[in-house]
Design a protein around this ligand. Sequence first.
Ligand SMILES: [Zn+2]
Length: 493
Amino acid sequence: MMGRYYLVLIAILVVFAEGCAVSTNPVSGRRRLYGYTWAEERRIGREADQIIVAQYGLYEDSTLTAYVDSLGQVILAHSHLRRPNTPKAFRETPFVFRVLDSPVVNAFALPGGYIYVTRGLLAHLNSEAQLAVVLGHEIAHVAARHASQRAFELQLGQIALLGGAMLGQEVLGVSAENVLQLGGIVAQLLFLKYSRDDERESDRLGVEYAVRAGYDAAEAAAFFHSLKRLSEQHGARLPSFLSTHPDPGEREQTIRMLAARWKQQVGSANQVNQATYYARIEGLVLGDDPRQGYVADGAFYHPTLRFWFPVPADYRVVNQPSQVVLVDREQQAMLVLTLATQPSATEAAQAWAAQEALTILNQGNDHVNGLPAVYVLAEKQASENQTVRVLQYFIEHEERVYSLAGFTQAALYARYEPVFLQVMRGFAPLQDPERLNVQPVRLKIQPATRTAPLHALLPALPEAFTPEAVAIMNQMDLEATVQVGTLLKLPRP
Ligand SMILES: [Zn+2]
């Protein structure tokens, strides 16, 4: 499975692409050419890990994280990276398993031993056995060094092409695609796309590792079926790995077959552990967590950082742990809110204005809703025939300095300035207790009180949760008969 981390990785991998290396594949034991040495892979993983954590944020539940990590370590112990005849460098590479605070259903691995699952994925799994197969699949990508193999192929001639494709889209160092992470398509086409064979190999190895660890890997087939439904659901946030992985229907079949084969070879592998797993994920945050910012009634509220600002009509809001981005419907203008690292608005403005190739048109001090602020209006030549104009407000609020930047082409600036100012001068401390105390929807495990079709057993659902979405989360059909006592995963407002 792969996430939206390509853009992050590109920069890192290109920097690290120093040459290629002949070394061992821990899975096959054969020597071949890789884009990186194992030591380089570990370095890439370490650096990219920091970016992933900053980008997605970690899910703050140390018990759940420890559980995922300990299961990951068990599966790892049964992988090719921990066998007696495996070279020491691989055997001694520690692995880190993290839970990311994202509602998107995803799991992915970075080279060198970093594995991530989202809370969205954990909510959609039905047992420890399913999680074991997913973790096994990701461990396999690292063990078989798939990223490094693809990186080697890339060095054979695509780096120039990639560089061109990426640089062409940059505007002031912040391209809309970069900010919105929509650029994955370009990146995926050219860069580090695991091949279908890589995915099949990871499925095969993932099942093997899970079975060797004693899990009934056939259980995972049902999860792949629910992934398929997730991708078919209208408006669903698509797990990007679906596009690169074999068809979920095919995977479902293959997983069953592989599980049966490995079980025959290894012997007793019957652990499913649904109740254990459900006990671990009970209380998990479902969907977007409003405490980290939400849009309501024409405004963006951030209860944790205690601020709010108006959202202009026709602007789409993309809220990420490291920034909030507003894009107008025509995609001609964009506002980006980030935290400045300087201790005051004045220092932040000075540091920003000192950037190369920036022409300062105007700057001064202001107050927005009682908060000290400094603004800078500047222009930058983005290309031969395009100049970008940026209005930037630095606002001090509760020990932090917020940077709010509005970007558009210089020629369009007059049209967008009123909107930029509406947002920037609308930035204000959040004091409304109702807004401050907003709570996320959480997962509740509840046994069915009677035997009935699933749809008849569903309680009133919180807004943003459809019966179909809850059915998919439970890996059941809405029409399916549920036996009394069956454990159901339900959203609890
Ligand atoms: Zn994969």
